[in-house]
Design a protein around this ligand. Structure first.
Ligand SMILES: Cc1cc2nc3c(=O)[nH]c(=O)nc-3n(C[C@H](O)[C@H](O)[C@H](O)COP(=O)(O)OP(=O)(O)OC[C@H]3O[C@@H](n4cnc5c(N)ncnc54)[C@H](O)[C@@H]3O)c2cc1C
Length: 375
């Protein structure tokens, strides 16, 4: 039997596209997924102690796009949750993103008052200033000191750990993404909609692909199906360089090792995520019960160790945000463009682009509306 659409990858990109094609066009879809589960990196499941954990690191949904929140709300209810992060600096847990509360926690009150006054005077209240901008423009000796302090203690070593390269070697977009907030707002995200699926991400994914016209094949790399399946259209949400047999070279990624630890204690740390910018080899620890709101004795948390990506040994998580890598990606993108009537690429790996979950959903919905529906 001929399938209308073969979709490679059962993450947000693949599942949203499958849902749209099946429910809006009434066409058949087969999703092939090489892992043993759906959900891609947003997959969650209960560990042996009954704690709901995120297997590929903590995932907090946040968006300002009303239509994305509404779209996903057809498949899940939400637990409203506002993420909070602290960073350990000189033994003190300070709120991240760095804000006025962080300032008062680190410095004596009179000096913090002075710095606050100067920051407001030069950049305005309730603004967000990229750390590098303050460093470059620091208009007073006190603000220069503050910018240096934040750069060294919160940013420099953390970036080295996270990416394995100096902050200056990354695209400016990355550093611009790390602002200090001239407010007292301790929330990590300021988006209008924030939360986690009430019954977990995997349940949301199950609902997304429940349509009878959607079939799923797990534990199956796409390569095993070549020549075995008759389909009309292909959507590929795996790595674009892998699809083209790495003909221009491999696109580099940063990988992670996750170390899950269970404690009989009710709580391991005061907030969901504690960053360790300067100490240890891991970057952060996240305790899941803060995210999910689960009420039970015992708790599970995860340490994240950034690693070099080695195909076959670990998984590709973060595209490396550098100009050279964008150049290499563009070669693959041009090739993809020339084949656009046979195959569509989407998602974090297909577009070689770090997407938050809402961005992956937005990209899939746009692709559906502007390309798939027009053909
Ligand atoms: C540590 C970490 C934390 C994150 N935290 C957040 C967060 O808090 N909030 C947020 O909004 N976003 C977060 N993200 C981003 C989020 O994970 C992505 O936006 C989302 O996973 C993108 O979905 P996707 O479908 O494009 O890719 P993926 O989820 O990676 O799905 C791609 C799927 O394709 C499969 N695949 C690849 N190649 C093949 C092949 N050849 N054959 C068959 N299957 C294949 C893969 O196994 C995978 O399941 C985080 C990401 C990471 C790594």
């Amino acid at each position: 039997m001929k399938i209308d659409w073969l979709i490679v990858g059962a993450g947000f990109s693949g599942c949203v596209l499958a849902e749209r094609i099946a429910s809006q066009l009434g066409q058949t879809v087969l999703i092939v997924e090489q892992r043993s589960h759906i959900g891609g990196n947003a997959y969650d499941d209960y560990d042996e102690h009954g704690i709901l954990i995120h297997h590929y690191g903590p995932h907090i949904f946040h968006t300002n796009a009303h239509y994305i929140w509404d779209y996903l709300s057809q498949f899940t209810q939400w637990r409203i949750y506002h993420h909070q992060v602290l960073a350990l600096v000189e033994g003190k847990p300070i709120p991240i993103p760095f804000n006025f509360n962080s300032l008062y926690q680190l410095f004596p009150t009179r000096y913090a008052d002075k710095l606050t006054h100067q920051l407001i005077q030069h950049y305005g209240l309730n603004t967000k200033i990229p750390i590098l901008k303050i460093l470059e423009t620091a208009p007073t000796p006190d603000l220069k000191f503050l910018a240096d302090y934040i750069y060294q203690n919160l940013f420099h070593h953390y970036t080295l750990k996270q990416w394995g390269i100096k902050p200056e070697a990354l695209s400016p977009g990355v550093t611009a993404r790390v602002p200090i907030h001239l407010s007292r707002d301790n929330r990590y995200f300021q988006d209008q909609y924030q939360g986690l699926p009430k019954l977990g991400y995997t349940k949301l994914f199950n609902n997304l692909i429940k349509h009878p016209a959607i079939k799923l094949l797990l534990n199956t790399p796409y390569q095993e199906l070549i020549g075995q399946i008759d389909y009309r259209h292909l959507i590929f949400t795996g790595p674009i360089d892998e699809y083209f047999s790495y003909q221009f070279g491999e696109l580099p990624y940063r990988s992670l090792h996750f170390n899950f630890i269970h404690t009989p204690d009710h709580q391991h740390q005061p907030v969901a995520t504690l960053n360790y910018p300067n100490d240890y080899q891991f970057t952060r620890i996240t305790e899941f019960k803060h995210l999910t709101g689960q009420q039970m004795q015992g708790s599970t948390y995860v340490e994240e160790y950034p690693q070099t990506y080695q195909p076959g040994h670990n998984l590709p998580y973060y595209p490396i945000p550098q100009e050279e890598t964008r150049e290499l990606y563009r070669k693959y993108a041009n090739l993809a463009e020339s084949l656009k009537h046979q195959i569509l690429f989407a998602g974090r790996l297909g577009d070689y682009q770090y997407y938050n979950m809402d961005q992956a959903v937005a990209r899939a919905l746009t692709l559906f509306k502007t390309v798939i529906c027009q053909n």
